[in-house]
Design a protein around this ligand. Structure first.
Ligand code: CP
Length: 307
């Protein structure tokens, strides 16, 4: 794969190959590109985990990072995303990692024929493929497979690129997926995914995947207080006590402690929340390796000027 834009672009074989590479990286395997490889991380939305773990993955692979900060770049003078990417490409950057507020921002870049590789680090409410890969890795480490598992995705589903990427991919891999939380937030149009009240989902799921309430994407504001949300739709200690024995708790983070999940459960025995973050580095190393190998294999091992 040259670009990683959405999980739908990957076949099951490609997904399993990426997970296998990520597992090897988790065991300490190393890999290096055949030549100096230049990469830039373009974050137009806040990020802690994705930005820093991409950077850690890049350093572990020996890539040369060309720093870019949107708030000190010519984006502030009105330069478009396309011109920003073309500029980086012109100076010899091979690959860009982009997080952007706009759904599907990458379509215009791909249509206009940018030469460098794009790693989507999250587009609006669209997709978050590397979060999906790290979540799959975490589930695979736990259960060894996806088929036969029931995964409950719980919370602000409508605004969540994580929910979209994970729900579609987990179903392709044979898992049963249900949505839970506020019913009017669980309506991803045409998804065909069943809704379950939280008190059913909590007792039947193997993986209980909570989502952050995305306040920044709610124009009408929150109809409930934090305490009301936790009581009605959050993971409380009482609900946790009714989970299946081997059920794990996941959350892409950042976590609104005491809202989606009771503070004491964030690092409880069932929680894999910090494990997910650890796995983010390995999943991103696998994605970068695959993209670089594609270029190397396709004879695209030189800069854009050799096209
Ligand atoms: N999970 C995730 O994408 O976190 P960040 O927004 O901190 O990158």
């Amino acid at each position: 794969m040259k670009h990683l834009l959405t999980m739908n672009d990957l076949s099951i074989e490609e997904i399993m190959g990426l997970l296998s590479d990520a597992e090897q990286f988790a065991k300490g395997e190393t890999w290096r590109p055949k030549r100096n490889y230049y990469i830039s991380n373009l974050f137009f939305e806040p990020s802690t985990r994705t930005k820093s773990s991409f950077e850690m993955a890049e350093r572990k692979l020996g890539l040369e990072i060309i720093p870019f900060e949107a708030h000190t770049s010519s984006v502030l003078k009105g330069e478009t995303l396309y011109d920003t990417v073309r500029t980086l490409e012109s100076i010899g950057v091979d690959s860009v990692v982009i997080r952007h507020t706009e759904d599907n921002y990458f379509a215009k870049l791909i249509q206009s024929g940018v030469y460098l590789s794009i790693m989507n680090a999250g587009d609006g409410c669209g997709h978050h493929p590397t979060q999906c890969l790290l979540d799959l890795l975490t589930i695979k480490q736990e259960f060894g497979q996806f088929s036969g598992l029931k995964v409950a995705i719980v919370g602000d589903i409508r605004h969540s690129r994580v929910a979209r990427s994970n729900a579609e991919t987990l179903r392709r891999l044979g898992a049963e997926v249900v949505f839970s939380g506020p019913e009017n937030w669980a309506n991803i149009k045409g998804s065909g995914i069943a809704y379950e009240p939280i008190d059913t989902a909590v007792e039947t799921a193997d993986v209980f995947m909570l989502l952050r309430i995305q306040h920044e994407r709610h124009s009408a504001g929150m109809p409930l207080t934090k305490e009301e949300y936790l009581a009605q739709f959050g993971l409380t200690l009482e609900r946790e006590s009714r989970m299946k024995q081997k059920c794990i708790i996941m959350h892409p983070a950042p976590v609104n402690r005491g809202v989606e999940i009771e503070d004491a459960l964030v690092e409880c025995e069932r929680s894999r929340i910090f494990k997910q973050m650890e796995n983010g580095v390995f999943a991103r190393m696998a994605a970068l390796k695959n993209s670089i190998e594609h270029k190397e294999g396709a004879g695209l091992n030189e800069t854009m000027y050799t096209k």
